[in-house]
Design a protein around this ligand. Structure first.
Ligand SMILES: [Zn+2]
Ligand SMILES: [Zn+2]
Length: 457
């Protein structure tokens, strides 16, 4: 029975205390470093999102972090918290008013129009993963630079698109060990929403004195946003407010009913939640949030993922009407949940360690290093170290299967010593035969071997 393989040791996480030196540079408030120990979780998210999206026919899009500020004021909405309070906006050296992107949908819509995707076969399905910026109040799992993954489907208004998007997001969370539930609502469209908003305004007007200051303002500009308010009085009042699902026009009702039917066929369970209005102006018809199963009631604060249909957005940006829908999920909060749910990401360990003694050994190892690497062997070393002991300590820490050792004796005999790091058994091999021998051993160990789970958080 071989010895237990040592767990590869990774550097400490961001939470490890460190000595502060006066005048030392520090992270900006609300910013975060992603250190090596957490990287396997990020890699797992990136890989699952890529596999899920690509497998479903989505192509990746990357847009610049910096865009014209007007793109977001025209699309996300001048009156929203994102644009009004949270967006990083500044005038650059050319005098242009620019913004760090607070979300991707507007940029995807811009790219769709700018690159003539409107004449591609429709729908155009795009996915993304990248950093976004909001000057928000920092709190657990919320940062001012935060990462989101997302899916966008442009050029198709069929309700099956809405259901497919939700289904794909749910499947991403399930694969990452985070059970979720879907909360869904419809916001109607320009045919039926204005009438509803008038009724809603009338309802809140008679209770205006009980609303918080923010909601009094919302009542003027966008009364739907009162449903988002966390203040107890506002919450209580809004519970008896008229609900939009009772005021949908026939076309919106039909769209909503079909979306729910398709979710049923896909075996995605959902809850109707009239409070889901999302904080952005561009949504029409379906809106949804995906929250952790058994978590508290959906809110913008606790949702892992949110999205919906935005059939009027491209028209707002100057195009003809192009129906579209999308979703975005936060990566930082997802990774917190993956830790809580004991998700074990795979860590790729190196295969081989090259150890050397003496200058001729070091030089011969450099040659062998190049040969092994070009064969695709994952080979690590500590060529700057002199003694064998410190080198084998590194090999142990990295969790390699074998160490190849070239010392003075091996230089004289033109051999290499192969050491099995699990059981310490060493074997002398002719230098000329070392490459096929390594290949043979590694082929054997990959067929027996299981991926190594990463060390716990
Ligand atoms: Zn309020
Ligand atoms: Zn409608």
């Amino acid at each position: 029975m071989p010895n237990q393989k040592p767990e590869p040791t990774l550097p400490p996480t961001a939470d490890a205390p460190s000595e502060k030196i006066k005048g030392q540079p520090q992270l900006l408030r609300g910013m975060k470093d992603i250190l090596p120990a957490d990287q396997p979780y990020w890699d797992a998210v990136a890989s699952i999102v890529d596999k899920t999206a690509t497998g479903a026919g989505f192509a990746r899009i990357e847009t610049p972090v910096l865009e014209a500020a007007s793109l977001f004021t025209r699309s996300v909405g001048q009156e929203t918290d994102i644009v009004e309070k949270e967006m990083y906006v500044f005038v650059d050296k050319s005098g242009d008013r620019v913004a760090l992107r607070p979300e991707l949908t507007a940029a995807a819509a811009r790219a769709y129009l700018e690159h003539g995707m409107i004449s591609w076969p429709q729908p155009v399905k795009l996915w993304y993963l990248g950093p976004f910026f909001r000057h928000d109040r920092p709190q657990a799992g919320r940062f001012r630079q935060f990462w989101q993954f997302g899916l966008e489907v442009l050029g198709d208004g069929h309700p099956v698109i809405d259901a497919m998007l939700i289904y794909l997001a749910v499947s991403i969370y399930r694969t990452l060990n985070v059970p979720v539930e879907v909360q869904i609502n419809s916001l109607g469209d320009r045919a039926c929403r204005p009438g509803y908003v008038r009724q809603l305004t009338d309802y809140f007007k008679t209770r205006k004195h009980q609303l918080c200051e923010d909601c009094k303002r919302r009542l003027q500009r966008n009364p739907l946003r009162i449903f988002d308010c966390k203040v107890t009085d506002c919450y209580t009042i809004s519970q008896d407010a008229p609900q939009i699902v009772d005021h949908l026009c026939e076309a919106c009702k039909d769209h909503f009913v079909h979306t729910l039917e398709y979710l049923g066929e896909l075996e995605v369970s959902y809850t109707l939640n009239p409070r889901i209005v999302r904080g952005l102006d561009y949504y029409t018809r379906t809106v949804f949030e995906i929250v952790e199963e058994g978590g508290s009631e959906a809110s913008t604060q606790s949702a892992l993922c949110g999205g919906g249909r935005y059939d009027d957005l491209l028209e707002q940006l100057g195009s003809r009407q192009v129906p579209a829908a999308g979703l975005a999920g936060g990566v930082e909060r997802l990774i917190i949940k993956m830790h809580e749910r004991q998700f074990a990401p795979t860590v790729v360990s190196p295969d081989l360690f090259l150890a050397q003694l003496g200058e001729p050994g070091r030089k011969k190892c450099l040659k062998l290093y190049d040969v092994l690497r070009s064969m695709g062997v994952k080979v690590v070393e500590a060529f700057s170290k002199d003694g064998l002991k410190p080198q084998l300590e590194v090999a142990n820490r990295l969790g390699v299967k074998y160490a190849l050792i070239i010392g003075q004796k091996e230089i004289m005999d033109d051999t290499v010593l192969i050491r099995d790091m699990e059981n310490g058994i060493q074997e002398v091999v002719d230098f000329k035969k070392v490459v096929p021998e390594v290949q043979k051993r590694l082929a054997k160990s990959t067929t027996n071997g299981q991926p190594t789970p990463a060390p716990g958080p």
